[in-house]
Write a protein that binds this ligand. Structure first.
Ligand code: EPZ
Length: 429
């Protein structure tokens, strides 16, 4: 089993470049199923969720050519069956995107119920509602969702609440449907806009992405293009918080500062210096106290739920008591018990965390309970006195390209080590 081991107390200094956005990349890769020609995607992050997508594509008969570690050519024209292999797809949430893309192209799809981070119940009722508006029926059999439509005809989709995945899947299913589709109460995240730009570059007709109302006129043909994924808003935010928590001074490059506005605002409220440039931000916290701050996560452009564990970790070192509300998911505070092992004072009731600042965190053996919780453990380890060992790091590797290398280059004492599990040790005796 691999672990990340951090000896804390080293200020991060220097420059780090942000990779392509995971939550945009998984949608763009799935969207190549709708393309009638081969296409090339650049600035893909080298993370395990993308690796799983590539294995799924190969299993389905698509041609995938690795041009370099961030650039891949996709030719999905040879996919014949709208079926996704069970074991591969059930490990990530983004596998739900194969529902919308296969339905949009074949008018049918068999996809395992999606997996992904355990943040509580994560149903797909809104996704299925969108498909039914366009004329599809659905049923769940043998752990798979089966959707089918004789024809896909545009209609008005009104989501009960903001859903990123639901909005993505509605776009996938509508982009080649007959006539006009209107998506009301659409999610507005940067990765929704990136998907719309990607598909429009192929010849789709999608207007309003990034607003509450998205209008899509179906088209018959999508041509091959070359397209670069936007920078990762959450990876950038994670390094901003890591710089602050380590009392460092870091220039974070290859970012879109506008995507980071809510994170920048909160860091400044906490007392962290954030300077914005055209394509980079500089975060400095070499002195001064962290000030208690309340946070409530909201859909974009509000404070992102995917930054909640990281920011909560910083608040464990703030003067006074902060409150963090994250009711976008049923349970996104599973990491709190791990932080308490590191001397944090964090109590959780339902979807509200109460955090009282402590003078210092102390290193401990902890677990990554999900992707962003794992990032929070890394941040805590960087700030803590002593050594922190993080297990279950496969969660972290789903969404952070080269996190150990990037932090080492910033001066962190961090490494990935192989630790035989108890079973392996028993066998070796
Ligand atoms: C996407 O998940 C992201 N994943 C998540 O990022 C992110 O936390 C989330 O959006 C919110 O921004 C990917 O993009 C691959 P939702 P998604 O649909 O699409 C409920 C990360 O760390 N809901 O906006 O699953 C749902 O249970 C990951 O990068 C329904 O009830 O999020 C949740 O409580 C974690 N029914 C809330 O809505 C539905 O049909 C928001 O979910 C759909 C969603």
């Amino acid at each position: 089993m691999e672990k990340i081991v951090i000896n804390g107390g080293h200020r991060l200094r220097g420059e780090v470049a942000i990779s392509g956005a995971k939550n945009a990349a998984v949608a763009l890769v799935a969207a190549t199923i709708l393309c009638d020609e081969p296409c090339v995607i650049e600035n893909l992050p080298e993370i395990s969720d993308i690796a799983i997508c590539l294995r799924i594509f190969k299993a389905m008969g698509a041609d995938v050519q690795i041009i370099n570690k961030h650039t891949i050519r996709f030719d999905t024209t040879r996919i014949r069956e709208p079926k996704v292999p069970y074991e591969l797809a059930r490990s990530m949430r983004a596998s739900s995107y194969f529902l919308g893309t296969l339905l949009g192209r074949f008018h049918e799809a068999y996809v395992p119920l999606p997996g992904g981070c355990d943040l509580g119940d994560r149903p797909i009722d809104q996704h299925l509602k969108a498909f039914s508006v366009l004329g599809a029926t659905d049923d769940i059999q043998n752990g798979c969702v089966h959707v089918k439509a004789d024809a896909l005809v545009g209609g008005q989709i009104f989501f009960d609440f903001n859903t990123v995945g639901g909005t993505m899947n509605a776009i996938f299913a509508a982009v080649k449907a007959q006539g006009l589709t209107i998506i009301e109460n659409a999610a507005k995240e940067p990765h929704i806009v990136d998907l719309a730009n990607f598909l429009n570059s192929m010849g789709a007709d999608i207007r309003g992405a990034g607003t509450d109302v998205i209008k899509i006129r179906g088209v018959e043909y999508l041509k091959g293009i070359t397209y670069a994924v936007i920078p990762d808003q959450i990876e950038a935010g994670t390094y901003m918080v890591a710089a602050a928590a380590s009392r460092g001074d870091v220039l974070i490059t290859n970012v879109i500062p506008k995507h980071l506005e809510s994170i920048t605002a909160k860091l400044r409220t906490i007392g962290v210096s954030v300077e914005e440039f055209d394509e980079s931000v500089r975060v400095c916290a070499t002195d001064g106290l962290f000030i208690k701050t309340n946070i409530k996560t909201m859909p974009h452009p509000g404070f992102p739920t995917d930054m909640q564990p990281q920011m909560s970790t910083l608040l464990t070192l703030a003067e006074g008591t902060s409150t963090v509300v994250d009711d976008i998911f049923d349970n996104r505070f599973r990491y709190a018990s791990e932080l308490r092992r590191m001397s944090a004072d964090i109590q959780v009731k339902g979807t509200v965390a109460t955090i009282t600042g402590v003078k210092r965190l102390t290193g401990a053996p902890v677990r990554a309970t999900d992707l962003r919780a794992g990032a929070a453990m890394v941040i805590a380890g960087l700030a803590a006195e002593g050594t922190t060992e993080i297990s279950d790091i496969y969660h972290i590797e789903r969404g952070y390209e080269g996190i150990v290398e990037k932090l080492s280059a910033l001066g962190a004492d961090i490494k990935k080590v192989y630790v035989p599990s108890d079973d392996e040790l028993a066998v070796s005796v």
